[in-house]
Design a protein around this ligand. Structure first.
Ligand SMILES: [Zn+2]
Length: 481
């Protein structure tokens, strides 16, 4: 929606190939306009970046729910401005409340946003908005504008920026900057969302209502709006604007407007994972545990950790030393180390075979050139375990290396089988749909259901209600267990 991310792996490839000017017909307005890419290139942008999105978020394992989302998406494509474009709808395993799209027809919904919808019409509104970004070719236009403006596509860097060129295709695409949409693009997508959802038979007033949920999540998060909102129109205005548009379109398009059966939607998401999933790794008492892959390693106090499906990144409080942990390619630790040194054109210093908690390992110290011309000194440990090679890259500057290396090495040497039994069986929290057996306000109902007082505000938002709203006996309510 909302934070729309157009991964530009495709755009990098695109800019490397010969650009040509073309005047294409705008699918939405029918006007001719200047674009720098053909439709085939637009499709390639999506196709090339989709694996990166899948690698970054992981696909949420619920075929039935995915088929449901796909069904709604496909029905809306049919009434859109590009009814013959092949769309792919994916359900991503992320707790973040988000939906986004790639050029060429890839649309992603997180399990976090699905948990927050309270009926199908809300889902359809967001779906229409995302389809709108694709049909109006917003990303493609943005690419054109950026190319015209000569803005460097690699301007933005993140923690792992210097490591991109050593990692696989998925990781490479991920670290690259995302294109940002203009407010005009968002406003246009809001309009298209209303149009498509209305034409597909959904009540677009519920799309407007979902903006209230978005604005409440933002408020509750505190400390400034999430990034996806900072470049977007104010959600309160959007609620009003979309509401007005919905009235307009409902007059234009006759027939009943549905998707408003709350109970029907809630039954579909009953049991959906809520918040972080500990089975994919979590930090507790100074350790990172990964129950799925059954390993653990220590996390120095004060360090921040980012756990992604393809890698774990950690950075110290001073932000001058970091560790990246992932799988490496190769059949042995030594071979993986050699491959790394070659591919990264590393100047290898000390290196040699070693052991980590009984596992065969290979240690390497090297200097690596960064993309901006600097040099980083790395301490790397390649460790063999269960047929896989795991790698830790600890990196800092040459000047700081001697002082930082011991802390980096302690983390790498702590890598071990998961020994904490409680961590192995830790289960995620899930949204459960509960029938109200005693009428009362939401606060009372949730409290009776055993919800903690500090969770009540969050649960009210999740239910699209206020704590003072009255629930009758037999009504459904989302709780988290
Ligand atoms: Zn958007």
């Amino acid at each position: 929606m909302f934070r729309v991310r157009w991964f530009n792996a495709g755009i990098i490839i695109l800019s490397a190939s010969a650009l040509f000017w073309a005047c294409a017909k705008d699918f939405v307005t029918g006007k001719r306009r200047l674009v720098l890419v053909s439709e085939a290139q637009e499709l390639a942008m999506g196709q090339q970046s989709d694996p990166a999105v899948v690698a970054e978020y992981g696909v949420y394992d619920d075929a039935k729910l995915a088929a449901y989302v796909d069904g709604i998406g496909q029905s809306m494509v049919k009434v859109s401005h590009r009814p013959t474009l092949k769309f792919t709808f994916r359900l991503m395993d992320s707790p973040v409340v988000n939906a986004f799209a790639l050029p060429g027809g890839y649309v992603y919904f997180t399990r976090g946003i699905l948990a927050h919808f309270n009926d199908e019409a809300e889902l359809a509104g967001v779906m229409g908005h995302e389809i709108g970004h694709v049909t109006a070719q917003h990303g493609v236009e943005q690419a054109t504008k950026q190319q015209l403006a000569g803005i460097g596509l690699l301007a933005g860097t993140v923690l792992s920026a210097d490591f991109r060129r050593y990692s696989d295709q998925a990781q490479q695409a991920l670290g690259l900057i995302f294109l940002k949409f203009s407010r005009d693009d968002e406003t246009e997508s809001d309009k298209l969302g209303v149009e498509y959802s209305t034409k597909a038979g959904f009540d677009a007033q519920h799309m407007a209502r979902f903006f209230r949920t978005i604005s409440r999540i933002t408020e509750q998060a505190g400390g400034g709006p999430p990034t996806f909102l900072s470049t977007h129109p104010n959600p309160d205005n959007r609620e009003q604007n979309v509401g007005a548009l919905a009235r307009e379109w409902q007059q234009k398009v006759p027939g009943p407007k549905g998707g408003t059966d709350r109970a029907a939607y809630l039954h579909r998401i009953d049991g959906i994972v809520y918040g972080d999933d500990p089975r994919q790794g979590f930090v507790e008492n100074g350790y990172f545990y990964h129950p799925g892959l059954k390993f653990q390693f220590s996390v120095p106090s004060g360090w921040q950790l980012a756990n992604q499906p393809t890698q774990v990144q950690m950075i110290n409080a001073e932000k001058n030393a970091a560790i990246q942990f992932s799988l490496a390619k190769g059949t042995s630790a030594q071979e993986a180390a050699q491959t790394f040194a070659q591919e990264s054109q590393a100047q290898v210093g000390r290196s040699g075979a070693t052991q980590v908690n009984g596992m065969r390992a290979y240690m390497l110290i090297s200097d690596v050139q960064t993309q901006d011309g600097g040099t980083l000194r790395l301490l790397s440990y390649f460790i063999e375990r269960d047929g896989n090679i795991y790698v830790f890259h600890g990196y800092t500057t040459a000047a700081l290396f001697d002082s930082q290396a011991p802390a980096l090495e302690r983390v790498m040497k702590s890598f071990d089988q998961l020994r904490n039994q409680a961590a192995l069986t830790k289960q995620p929290r899930r949204v459960k749909i509960m029938t109200v057996d005693q009428a009362g306000d939401l606060r009372t109902v949730l409290t009776h259901a055993g919800m903690k007082s500090e969770e009540l505000d969050e649960l009210a938002i999740l239910n699209g209600m206020y704590l003072t709203d009255r629930l009758e006996r037999g009504a459904l309510v989302k709780v988290v267990r």
